[in-house]
Every structure is written in C-alpha cells, then in structure tokens.
Design a protein around this ligand. Sequence first.
Ligand code: NAD
Length: 359
Amino acid sequence: MKIGFLHTPDDLRCPISAISLKKYQKIGVSVLAESKALTNSDEELEGKEGIEIASRKDILSQSDIVYCNTPLSPSELKKLNKDAIVVSFYAPFNPENKMDTLKGSDVKAFSMDMIPRTTLAQSMDVLSSMASISGYKAVLLSAEKLPRYFPMMMTAAGTVKPAQVLILGAGVAGLQAIATARKLGAKVQVFDVRKAVKEEVQSLGAKFVEVDGSSDDKAAGGYAIEQSEDYQQRQKEAIHNSVKLADVVITTAQLRGREAPILVTKAMVEDMKAGSVIIDLASSTGGNCEVTKDNEEIKHNGVTVIGDSALYNKAIIDASSLLANNIHNYVATFVKEGAMNVDMENEIISGSLVHPKSE
Ligand code: NAD
C-alpha cells in the first residue's frame, strides 16, 4: 500500500517527519513524495530509508492515499488511481470552502478539519496542533510590537507596571496564549462564552470575566454557538471596559462554519491607549475585531492591529512535525494488515468523509 505526498506552493508545512516516516514503515505503508513537499521537515528526509522521491504525475497515478495540504484540482483528481482516496482540508463548514474542487468527481475525499472531536481522535487533530502554536506566537508577536515591558520591573529608576493582556476565547489557542503571557509576567484577563473553561483559565493564573446568560450546546461537539442579542450586548459592554485597560488584546473566538463574532468594535479600538496591540487570530473568518484586515498589519488610532490566522507558520518546523504526526495517526485508521481498509463503521473515517455525500 502506498501513500503519496504532494507539494502545495501556498502551504509549505512538511506533511512527513522522520518519526512519521518510521511509523509508516511499521504499518507496511510505502511513502512517495514530491521533493518540494519536504521543505521545512524536521530532518533531511530525502535519501532516508522508506521514502521514494517521485514526480507529481507518478504520485497521482500510483498512490492509494494522496495527501496534499491544499485540495487537488479537478483535473488532478482525474489522474488518480481507481479506488484511491484523497486527504486534505476542505473546510466544508466555511463559507470559503474548497468543496467545489470535488464537483463531478467520484473520488472519496476526506477532510482533516472534519475529524470528530473525540478523545480517540485527539492525536489526529491538526486544528488543535496549529491553534496551540498560534496562541504562543501571538503572545510573542504582541510582546515584540508593544512599546512596553510585559513583566513588572523594579529598577533603580522606578517600577514598571506589568502589561495587561486581554484574551478573548479560551479554546486551544487562547489557553496557550494565557500560559505564555503569564510566563512573560503579564496580568491576564479572559472572556469565553463557555463557562466550562473558567477553572482552566484560573488555574493558569488569569482572571476569568464572567458574563451571565451564555448558551451552550452539547451537540456542537465542543464548539461555541452563536449567542442571544441580549447576551452579545452585555458581553460587549464588559469587553469594552477591559479593552480600555488592555495593552494587548489577543482574539481567538470562532464559530464553526460561520463568520467569527465581532467582539472588539471600532469604537473600542479608538478607546485604547496609543501603542496598544491587537492580534486577531480569527481574521481568516472575518476577525473578532471590526478594524482587522486579514493578513495585514495596520495602525488604527495609534493601535497596531494584526490579522493572522496562520501564525503557526512562524514555527513552521514544529508545525510541520505536529502536522506529520497528526496525518500519520489519521492515515493509520485506514490501514489493516498493510492493506487499505476504508471502514465506514469507524466514526473517525465516516465523520471526516466530505465527498461523495451519499456514503
Ligand atoms: P474554537 O477555535 O472554535 O474557538 C475558540 C474559543 O472561542 C472557544 O473556547 C470558544 O468557546 C470561544 N468563543 C466563541 N465565541 C465566543 C464569543 N462570542 N465570546 C467569547 N468567546 C467565544 O475552539 P477550539 O479552540 O478549537 O476548542 C473548543 C473546545 O473544544 C475546547 O474546549 C477544546 O478543548 C475542545 N477540543 C477538543 C478536542 C478533542 O477532544 N479532540 C480537540 C480540540 C478541541
């Protein structure tokens, strides 16, 4: 059985690591890869035992599983081996999804962003791996941009107050951002609609600001749901009070398949101290801050606003290694005794199948 890894110019994370390569050998899967797909790997992979460098054409026609960081084009899907499957990120819930690339094709396509959020699937969760790096890098980036210290400093010339960091959304990225900002000595306040995170936030040494009356839905699989108008209004008032005092605001709030909620309005940004910094990790789905521009750094009324949902690229070697491990753990569910086994009874496999819909 063969798995082939293709290069994409717009996502240069390496999908194979030295460790995952060994693990593929153990489960009897041969690895083919385009040489360019190996950029940013944790170790030099070309020439290592268990990997064959091949052309894109050969990978498409010979592999049983084809992996690509961004989805294949319709014309490339036609070049696949009969019964081959593709694995990528189709973001079917996102308004800017890649589902169109699959129209008219009968290939089975699996999307790693659709893997159910169960304990069993945690080791395959690329979204969490990347969110954690992004939360960490968001804090480092904000510390670099802020014209102040993060920790309290007692010097002969006087005492410097610690920076006030406000984190909106305490999911995977937010929790990592809290831990990192605390390690740097900042005072941290946190908002989240899910009250379940309160204890975790407090155990990291941050203050959880509660707004009563939020709604949860267990059926949302760990994701937050849209809140009532009344709640949103009261939450905005509470956030406004915290934003005014903050030196740094890091926003991470997402709603699956919908635009991110606006939590920091233009008026709030205009109430911030000059020199303050906002890092908006939700920018690819519209952003949590009204003035955010995706993939841009702007100044609004003296406040630096950075919109970047892919800050994990700033630690691309580790992002690649974690991605490679996640892919291996996922692909292993398709392999039984060295042969392909697409078991639709397995909820990880059926949950992540995005095409064809009738399966
Ligand atoms: P996410 O990226 O969808 O959202 C980030 C955070 O923003 C969430 O905590 C969410 O509650 C919050 N948020 C959404 N709307 C908000 C609003 N209006 N105001 C304030 N906060 C708002 O979430 P995530 O980081 O991917 O994770 C969400 C949960 O799922 C976490 O509890 C996480 O531990 C869990 N999870 C479980 C698994 C697993 O079991 N395999 C994997 C990943 C995450």
